[in-house]
Design a protein around this ligand. Structure first.
Ligand SMILES: Nc1ncnc2c1ncn2[C@@H]1O[C@H](COP(=O)(O)OP(=O)(O)OP(=O)(O)O)[C@@H](O)[C@H]1O
Length: 828
């Protein structure tokens, strides 16, 4: 190997790989065309053609995606084997089907990500390649064991392929996340390939690659468990639409497109939750106590009259008294079935009672029976087949029963006392009625009841989505509603499973409002694997992602949640329903929790579902923020939790944090001064405190539902935000993002300007966490702009850091003003 020109050698191999890729692409294209030309045949032949078309389409997508940066790494093993690693696996078409390129996810590729000088994993040398199109423009070798040419191996600790990594990290951010296949680090690889088939929690500070790891794990699992996950699908849940847009290109770039990406707000099919929510509302709606409140809200719709009610059946006057309606209601509740399905039991009892009375009236024409009223016997529901009334045979009785069933008045009465309910309608009516709120949530203090109330009940917020989902469980499908045969069969199977579960757990018949085990959906656990599989292989053109995304009861094969620390107790319930097998990857950072309903301990959130059967992995290296910037975040973290350790920044950084104090009138000037000269290819964000009406702030509102997600009930700052800022920023530096903190979560920019950090701290009990998030978005430079002056905490951090700043360097970014005097009043 030595003596060769490595560039030329790799260039030759890359050429061969690209040619082979092109061949495969042409071949697959031809197969796809042939399949698409096919027509007619048996249904089975058609369905086979469809599945081949899907397969070829996804192969083509993978080949197309692989074209860019196809070949990026090489391992020379100690035994002389050469392994070339890239985005897809490629074989030659020779007799031996020689491997030309290993998929990065293959087991044989693993040492590329794991090997260090301390643990070379059988490898002697690791080579990173840099390519542009068909050209290899650079190679970087690391010797993992002593090389023959006398070079001393680099000294590594926990960073693998350091120079390739640092080069990647210094690059300008495009506004979209890119994949990290070429530089995955050891601790990240261990998570990506973790074999744990239950709940895996990935905890790590900002910038440790949690999102990157989660996405690469999805790609890895799809590769390793292709068959299973192709059918059941992978769901990725992120904090907001902007974040999903930010990460959307990573999986397609890895050749995977069949993943369902959702925010919590769109997890309930048919509802787009864009309504505002106050912080208090978020907290109240997120708490588990809502389960009982919703049960009470459902129960309050199961009514009974206070006086006798007359109904006409074919000209005959029949009477229902309150006791018999209550008895029918009790019977229906005892079925423990969801409201809409238990309705049948209610209706049956009412019809039986009336039929009994009808029979009595006809066989007792002088009206004796009526005078006696309908006397409940035993369970209070009468008895149809009383032999003491011989005049009517079974057919007559059946005919009378039909008449009762067909009576409009009877139907109206049943509808009134036990109406068919839809979750949206029920929740909207509940939230927009102070009386209903008081009835169901009477134990809540007035402020909490107020937080639930709103005028427009249908203006659903993200916090309402788990409530809708809960209600969908409590109400169940309307048995009369349209649905496919398969849907009905599935619902029936779940119902049977619930019954079986009840037998298994030996639970007695309970009323619907009794405190059941929270996991009604444990029923899925006893739905046999075969029927799950059948549901997952429905005969349709739609992709799994389409079908799964539109189906509230879809059981995903794997569920990934990013920023999982933000989920409320109610949201966890919703998510767990999407993951009946509990095979999940949850990534987050409990120190970044900004939702008042979010979590501060993984154990608290997970133990109700999996007890202690979850595995924790931690990420410890910060790839995003350089040490200069992380110093501020570290100080904030100490305030949040003195015991927490900050991730170790992998880069030193060149720009000290800038601290600018100004007055309200000059904010726009001070901000624009800081960003005007930043080159256009760099991503810049101006981050504002969350606000009631973000549009007033002139902030990005492309997906305003997330900005509105934060309310301003506790906003102590002036209400009219920063009206001139957007305009000023737009004209000073077009393309700059201006966004509220809630939307910045999970994103990153080269330069970040946080406006009014003191206001961030003041506006909610989670203010420290919010500011921690804001300051950790920067990959290069952080500017804090404060109207008035910095308070004690921030001024203290500023002063403590004042002496240790690095010298600016030439990296294409303008020099920091703060390098001369960070404390100057920039309005002066
Ligand atoms: N191994 C790696 N190679 C190259 N870049 C990496 C690597 N790991 C992480 N990064 C980059 O570091 C940045 C931060 O990663 P990511 O957004 O996944 O972090 P995070 O832990 O989710 O952060 P946060 O909690 O702040 O949202 C991204 O630009 C990501 O591409």
């Amino acid at each position: 190997m030595t003596g060769h020109d490595p560039l030329a050698e790799e260039q030759e191999h890359l050429g061969r790989l690209l040619d082979r890729l092109e061949e495969l692409r042409r071949d697959t294209r031809a197969r796809l065309d042939a399949v698409l030309r096919g027509t007619g045949g048996t249904p089975q032949a058609r369905s086979e053609r469809e599945s081949f078309a899907r397969l070829y389409n996804s192969e083509l997508a993978a080949y197309n995606a692989a074209n860019l940066g196809l070949y990026f790494g090489r391992l020379d093993m100690e035994d002389g084997e050469v392994r070339r690693i890239g985005r897809v696996g490629l074989r030659d078409d020779d007799e031996d089907l020689t491997t030309l390129l290993l998929d990065w996810r293959a087991d044989h590729s693993r040492p590329f990500y794991l090997a260090t000088t301390a643990r070379p994993e059988g490898a002697h040398r690791r080579r990173h390649l840099r390519t542009i199109g068909r050209r290899v423009i650079g190679v970087h070798d690391e010797f993992l064991t002593a090389p023959t040419d006398g070079n001393v191996p680099e000294d590594h600790d926990d960073v693998v392929g350091e120079s390739a990594l640092l080069e990647t990290l210094e690059q300008a951010r495009s506004g979209h996340m890119t994949d990290i296949v070429a530089t995955i680090q050891r601790e990240q690889d261990e998570i990506i390939r973790n074999p744990h088939a239950g709940v895996l929690v990935v905890q790590g500070g900002p910038g440790t690659g949690k999102t990157a790891v989660a996405l690469h794990r999805a790609a890895y699992l799809l590769y390793t468990h292709r068959q299973r996950l192709d059918r059941s699908g992978v769901l990725i849940v992120g904090p907001n639409a902007r974040f999903l847009d930010y990460i959307a290109r990573v999986l397609p770039s890895l050749g995977e497109s069949g993943v369902v990406l959702r925010t919590l707000g769109d997890l309930y099919p048919g509802v787009r939750a864009t309504g505002p929510e106050s912080l208090r509302g978020e907290e109240v709606k997120g708490s588990e106590a809502m389960v009982n409140i919703l049960k009470a809200a459902v129960r309050s719709r199961q009514t009974a009259p206070t006086d006798d009610v007359e109904v006409l059946v074919d000209g005959h006057r029949l009477v229902l008294d309150p006791a018999s309606v209550r008895a029918a209601r009790g019977r229906a509740r005892m079925t423990r079935r969801p409201h809409n399905q238990a309705r049948e039991a209610f209706a049956t009892r009412i019809v039986e009672a009336l039929t009994e009375q009808y029979v009595a009236a006809l066989t007792d024409p002088v009206g004796q029976a009526e005078d006696q009223a309908w006397a409940p016997r035993g369970d209070g529901l009468g008895d149809l087949g009383d032999p003491a009334r011989p005049l009517l045979d079974a057919d007559d009785r059946a005919a009378l029963k039909r008449e009762v069933e067909e009576s409009v008045e009877v139907a109206e009465a049943i509808n009134k006392w036990w109406p068919v309910l839809q979750p949206e309608q029920l929740l909207a009516e509940f939230l927009s009625s102070r009386d209903r709120i008081t009835e169901a949530a009477g134990d809540y203090v007035a402020e909490d009841q107020d937080a639930l109330f709103r005028q427009d009940g249908f203006a659903f917020s993200v916090a309402d989505v788990p409530l809708l989902d809960e209600l969908a469980e409590l109400l169940g499908e309307d048995p009369a509603a349209d649905g496919t045969e398969a849907d009905r069969a599935w619902a029936e199977q779940v119902r049977q499973a619930e019954e079986a579960l009840e037998i298994l757990t030996g639970s007695a018949v309970q009323d619907i409002e009794d405190d059941l085990d929270p996991e009604v959906l444990m029923a899925y656990d006893v739905v046999d694997a075969e029927s799950l599989a059948r549901r997952h292989s429905a005969d349709t053109d739609l992709t799994v992602a389409d079908r799964a995304g539109a189906d509230r009861t879809w059981a995903f094969g794997h569920v990934i949640v990013d920023e999982a620390q933000e989920l409320s107790a109610m949201a966890w319930r919703t998510l767990m329903r999407r993951s009946p097998n509990r095979w999940m990857t949850l990534v987050g950072d409990v120190a970044q929790t900004s939702s008042p309903a979010g979590i501060d301990s993984w154990d608290d959130a997970l133990s109700p579902y999996v007890d202690d059967r979850w595995v924790l992995c931690e990420l410890t290296v910060n790839y995003r923020t350089p040490a200069t910037v992380s110093a501020v975040a570290e100080a904030l973290l100490t305030e949040i939790d003195p015991r927490a350790t900050s991730p170790r920044p992998v880069r030193q950084g060149r720009h000290p944090v800038e601290w600018a104090e100004t007055d309200a009138a000059s904010v726009a000037t001070v901000v624009t001064e800081r960003i005007t000269a930043v080159p256009p290819e760099r991503a810049v964000a101006v981050v504002l405190p969350d606000h009631d009406h973000d549009d007033d702030n002139g902030v990005d509102s492309a997906d305003g539902h997330d900005s509105a997600h934060r309310g301003g009930a506790h906003d102590s700052a002036p209400a009219n935000g920063y009206p001139a800022l957007r305009e000023a920023v737009d004209s000073a530096r077009p393309g700059t993002s201006v966004l509220p903190l809630a939307l910045a979560k999970g994103l990153e920019f080269d330069v970040v300007v946080v406006v009014d950090p003191e206001r961030v701290l003041a506006r909610s009990p989670q203010g420290l966490q919010d500011l921690y998030v804001g300051t950790t978005r920067a990959t290069q430079r952080l500017v804090l702009v404060q109207t008035g002056g910095f308070g004690t905490l921030l001024a203290g951090i500023r002063d403590a850091l004042a002496d240790g700043d690095a010298e600016p360097d030439n990296d294409g970014l303008p020099p920091s003003d703060g390098a001369t005097d960070k404390r100057e009043d920039l309005t002066a």
